[in-house]
Design a protein around this ligand. Structure first.
Ligand code: TGC
Ligand code: FAD
Length: 398
């Protein structure tokens, strides 16, 4: 019979330019050739060749690809989103590496850094020769980063005095493999959350360590670490000069959340393609599984969610390229696409049944990864509250 792909049914490519399609196809081909053949093993072993991979990803041009200058590709937001989508179709951990590098560590330096900081780090980070991480979350402060305890104190008076950092960050992607950490800390420059500042910390600075967090059942093909800062002495020039208060880190989160809106839908697409393929060849009660109405209802409902997820991502991408996207709109995409992606992954797992629980197929790996994706960059509840605040005018966070 004549079959159609999800992309064809929704005519998704009619919404993209020829250049965007070319970038998407390049990243898809890279992911399928270079990463997909190894990913189940990396996931099982909980080990990825992060530094080698970073150089290859830099070669493809996806690290900080939506930033301008300093060796970055200067692509559109939609192109960046499509790259995230294709990388996460292989594994959320790979997209995480790219998000943290480009949207968190590089964006923080690009947007809030000094010329000296940008020249020192961005060209090497875009090439994948230097890896970055972003330390905001702490053991006791995840959804409420304004409560952070990590602090930076000046050693002496005057603007030239060194900074001395003490504290701990938790759940930091790329932490143990990073050359540079963007660390957010309280200072007494101003009262409360307004005193939060960002610091560019070379990871070989004495007093800095980043033990890896083990035994994760999600994002196993991604390095997650604790950052420990014990009297980490930095020159005055290590502070990001332009970032003041919580607005500094939260502006970076908008960038990474944007990539996740596309990325999560890539993981869902991969699950759905796997399930459709499986159902068409798996015989149950003498017929292909795909020929049963119950299976088709599942497939149709999932195709609707994956297709709508693409449309939402593309719409937000266009708004971002127009420079008008608002944080609450990013929350719409993050909440919807992560929530639907994990639901799709679990439903696809039912189609594969017992085969669905093994790493022979990507489905359980995506489902497990999406547990993290649902949680990081703002939990579903944080995004519900952000959307709720936008619609009602009432902030219900505390
Ligand atoms: P609130 O009073 O609302 O805001 C404080 C200041 O920040 C500004 N602001 C934003 N600016 C830019 N973008 C946003 N999305 C912003 N949201 C708020 C706001 O205008 C204000 O500015 P100013 O100048 O007036 O001071 O802050 P709040 O303390 O009430 O908190 C709000 C809340 C809960 C939404 C926020 O704290 C939040 O988003 N919490 C979630 C934390 C989170 O997402 N952490 C992620 C850590 S990084 C990570 O997970 C990486 S995983 C990556 C990977 O591996 O792929
Ligand atoms: P908590 O904030 O303790 O939340 C616990 C529960 O309470 C959640 O269900 C939450 O939604 C709910 N909750 C919180 N506040 C409210 C409220 N006001 N009303 C109702 N419910 C509420 N962080 C970084 O800084 N950098 C990284 O690179 C990074 N990488 C990560 C990688 C992985 C694999 C993971 C799992 C996390 C990573 N994180 C990173 C941390 C991530 O951002 C936090 O886990 C996330 O923000 C949630 O914080 P928490 O885990 O402390 O949960």
């Amino acid at each position: 019979a004549d079959t159609r792909t999800l992309t064809e049914l929704f005519a998704l490519d009619s919404l993209l330019s020829a250049e965007e399609i070319e970038i998407r196809d390049t990243v898809r081909a890279f992911g399928n050739k270079r990463i997909r053949p190894h990913i189940a093993e990396w996931f099982e072993d909980a080990r990825i060749p992060a530094r080698e991979l970073a150089k290859e990803l830099g070669g493809v041009g996806v690290l900080g690809m939506h930033l301008d200058g300093y060796g970055c590709a200067g692509m559109s937001a939609v192109s960046y989103g499509l790259a995230c989508l294709e990388l996460e179709a292989v594994d959320s951990g790979i997209r995480s590496l790219v998000s943290v590098q480009g949207s968190l560590a590089m964006f923080a330096i690009h947007h809030w850094g000094s010329e000296e900081q940008k020249n020192e780090w961005l060209p090497r980070m875009a090439a994948g020769e230097a890896l970055g991480c972003f330390g905001l979350t702490e053991p006791d402060f995840g959804s409420d980063p304004g409560g952070m305890r990590t602090h930076a104190k000046r050693d002496g008076s005057g603007d030239d005095a060194d900074w001395v950092l003490n504290g701990a960050k938790m759940w930091i992607t790329n932490g143990s493999v990073a050359d540079v950490a963007v660390v957010w800390a309280n200072t007494d420059l101003e009262e409360g959350a307004k005193g939060i500042r960002g610091f560019v910390v070379p990871t070989d600075t004495p007093g800095f360590s980043a033990p890896e967090i083990k035994n994760k059942m999600s994002l196993r093909a991604s390095v997650t670490s604790e950052l420990v800062l014990q009297d980490v002495r930095l020159p005055a020039s290590a502070m990001l000069p332009a970032a003041r208060g919580l607005r500094g880190p939260l502006s970076c989160l908008n960038e990474a959340r944007f990539g996740i809106i596309f990325g999560a839908i890539g993981a869902a697409r991969d699950c759905l393609e796997t399930a459709v393929d499986y159902a068409s060849t798996r015989m149950v009660f003498d017929k292909p599984l795909a020929a049963y109405q119950l299976t088709q209802a599942k497939i149709a409902d999932m195709a609707l969610e994956v297709g709508k997820g693409h449309l939402l991502a593309y719409q937000l991408g266009r708004l971002k390229d127009a420079g008008t996207v608002e944080p609450a709109q990013v929350s719409l995409g993050k909440l919807n696409n992560c929530r639907e992606a994990i639901a799709v992954a679990r439903e696809c797992r039912t189609i594969l049944a017992a085969n669905g629980i093994t790493l022979e197929y990507p489905v359980i790996r995506h489902a497990n990864n999406l547990e993290s994706v649902l949680t990081y960059e703002g939990t579903s509840e944080v995004h519900q509250l952000t959307i709720g605040r936008a619609l009602t005018g009432e902030a219900a966070f505390r």
